[in-house]
Design a protein around this ligand. Structure first.
Ligand code: PEP
Ligand code: MG
Length: 580
């Protein structure tokens, strides 16, 4: 099976397919006769819960739209009380010794398709009711059931899913995950970013891996080329063994540069920092040879937990990182929830276009209490090390002004409480929306630095969803439009006397580095796993060559030509990176 390689490495082992609550993807699990009553109990609990939810929805609809519309839920409730259906489900579990969700999905689907086949509009509608209510019930059955399993995996598995949301990924029992494969997704989806940061091989956009693969099947997953081999032969295993050995020896070679400075061959110093998702990543940052943290994605503190982390809990996490890395800088990014990162218990309604919706700073400027708690926690941690703060998804000057006003308000509060913080803590804005790049001159007057989030800047500039594997070919970092926006940003920043970093995945791609350097970027922040190869390349390249590549790129009309030129330079100065 083929997909998009998003996190390097090779692993092999047993598959565990995660269900995504769609009726056609409910896993079948064998149970013992003694487990039957517990399965029936689970169904009863889920039925009660589902009824409660439906009655609440019905009440809301009744209040908002009137009793007539609310009666549609009577049909749903009837399904849940249908004795024939429930009896049949119970019998199926006893006879086949399977898990209750599988039994319910099978029987309910049988009923629905029988109703659907009858040439009668009323009955066809009942089929839709049946499916609706089944999905809700399965969510109640699988929701708790699976999250528990994910936190405590009994063996090491290659996790396969239709999609793996960042919140589910954050819950996973990492030590027992060998690799990830998903049907959908792109290179800069957050699942891919986490896989890289955990150094777990991953392949996304495989199409129908979650349907084709079965629990317990033995596969090899190749995160270098984006392949999954089912039941690999001895010959395949041997070839992969050789590939892995080559990579290990390249890693050793690159590691020679760990303690050396990130400076170009013609003596230009570049700040090379690392991206992290939590305090646990600090050791990796230290070992990688990075100079600090250029992006701390704080939303993972939120996604990992079932409740909102308090100011105190956040303070402790930020303090650990700041103190461990001092005097190196730690740039803490304020909450970037939304897009593909959600917290179930915040009850944010789902949106048609979440990447264009209620996300990041937009969410924080409305949920002011959540934002204030975070700003206070960051301010308090600022005396524990070299802490800087930055706001994600700034789309207009007004948002920056409002965020800074809230920060000032928090400072005043802390002062009046006698709590210490660093008065001159640097504040930056992420540039990840074209409107921010285009107005970078105005933004630059109000911050101490910029950090370009190319993952989003590319998706918003080119209107290419970063998660959608069907249009992954259009997601081009070297598109002239993207490079021109980066240049506008560095020019505006330097004119205002502030520095610019790049913390999107583009910064960790050796082929992009000549372009970014040549466009005037001062800092690169990459996943800890990429630090060594980026530094290896930086030390072999001249800024004068990078400038030539960037100048040609700004005059070019073709993404492919720009890419080819940059690749030619990288291949000539660092051929080792390509010996694989
Ligand atoms: C980016 O958009 O490039 C970025 C670094 O932020 P995130 O990937 O968390 O959206
Ligand atoms: Mg972003």
């Amino acid at each position: 099976m083929h997909g998009i390689a998003v996190s390097p490495g090779v692993c092999r082992g047993k598959v565990l397919v995660l269900s995504d609550n769609r009726v056609d993807s409910v896993p079948r699990q064998t149970i013992t006769l003694e487990e039957v009553p517990e399965q029936i109990n689970r169904l009863e609990r889920a039925l009660t819960e589902t009824k409660k939810q439906l009655l609440a929805v019905q009440e809301k609809v009744n209040a908002g739209m009137g009793a007539k519309d609310a009666t549609i839920f009577d049909a749903h409730l009837l399904v849940l009380e249908d004795p024939t259906l429930l009896d049949e489900v119970g019998k199926f579990v006893e006879k086949e010794l399977v898990n209750i969700e599988f039994a319910f999905a099978q029987i309910a689907e049988k009923y629905a398709s029988t109703l659907e086949a009858i040439d009668d509009e009323y009955l066809r509608e009942r089929a839709a009711d049946m499916r609706d209510v089944t999905e809700r019930l399965l969510q109640n059955l699988l929701g708790t059931f699976q999250e528990l399993d994910l936190k405590h995996l009994k063996e090491r598995y290659i996790i396969v899913a239709h999609d793996l949301s960042p919140s589910r990924t954050a819950m996973l029992d990492k030590k027992n995950v060998l690799g990830f494969a998903t049907d959908v997704g792109g290179k800069t989806s957050h699942t891919a970013i986490i896989a890289r940061s955990l150094r777990i091989p991953a392949v996304v956009g495989v199409g129908d891996a979650s349907k084709q693969l079965r629990d317990g099947q033995y596969v090899l997953l190749d995160g270098y080329h984006g392949q999954i081999v089912i039941n690999p032969t001895d010959q395949t295993l041997f070839e992969y063994g050789q590939l892995v050995r080559k990579h290990v020896s390249l890693d050793e070679k690159l590691r020679d540069t760990t303690d050396k400075p990130a400076v170009t061959l013609d003596g230009v110093q570049i700040t090379l920092s690392a991206n992290i998702e939590g305090a646990d990543d600090v050791e990796q940052v230290r070992a990688s040879g990075a100079e600090g943290v250029g992006l701390f994605r704080t939303e993972y503190l939120f996604l990992k937990s079932d409740t909102l982390p308090t100011e105190e809990e956040q303070f402790r996490a930020y303090r650990v990182v700041a103190a461990a890395l001092r005097p190196a800088p730690v740039i803490i990014r304020t909450l970037d929830l939304g897009g593909d990162k959600f917290m179930a218990h915040l009850n944010v309604p789902s949106e048609m276009n979440p990447f264009l919706g209620y996300r990041a700073i937009r969410f924080c400027l409305q949920e002011k209490d959540i934002f204030r708690a975070q700003l206070r926690a960051i301010l308090r941690a600022s005396v524990e090390g070299n802490v800087k703060l930055m706001y994600p998804m700034i789309s207009c000057l007004d948002e920056l002004i409002q965020a800074n006003a809230l920060l000032d308000e928090c400072k005043a509060q802390l002062r009046s409480e006698g709590v210490v913080f660093h008065e001159k803590m640097e504040v930056g804005a992420m540039i990840e929306i074209p409107s921010a790049a285009l107005t970078a001159d105005a933004l630059a007057k109000r911050v101490n630095f910029f950090s370009i989030g190319t993952n989003d800047l590319i998706q918003y500039t080119l209107a290419v969803d970063r998660l959608n594997e069907k249009i992954a070919h259009l997601y081009e970092p070297t598109n002239p439009a993207v490079l021109r926006l980066i240049k506008m940003t560095t020019d505006a920043a330097h004119a205002a006397g502030i520095w610019v970093g790049v913390c999107g995945e583009m910064a960790g791609d050796p082929l992009m580095i000549p372009l970014l350097l040549g466009l005037g970027v001062d800092e690169l922040s990459v996943s800890p796993a990429s630090v060594t190869q980026v530094k290896y390349l930086l030390r072999r390249i001249k800024m004068s060559e990078a400038k030539e590549i960037a100048t040609a790129a700004l005059a070019s009309e073709s993404s492919q030509e720009i890419m080819a030129n940059s690749q030619r330079l990288v291949r000539s100065v660092a051929p080792s990176l390509f010996e694989q």
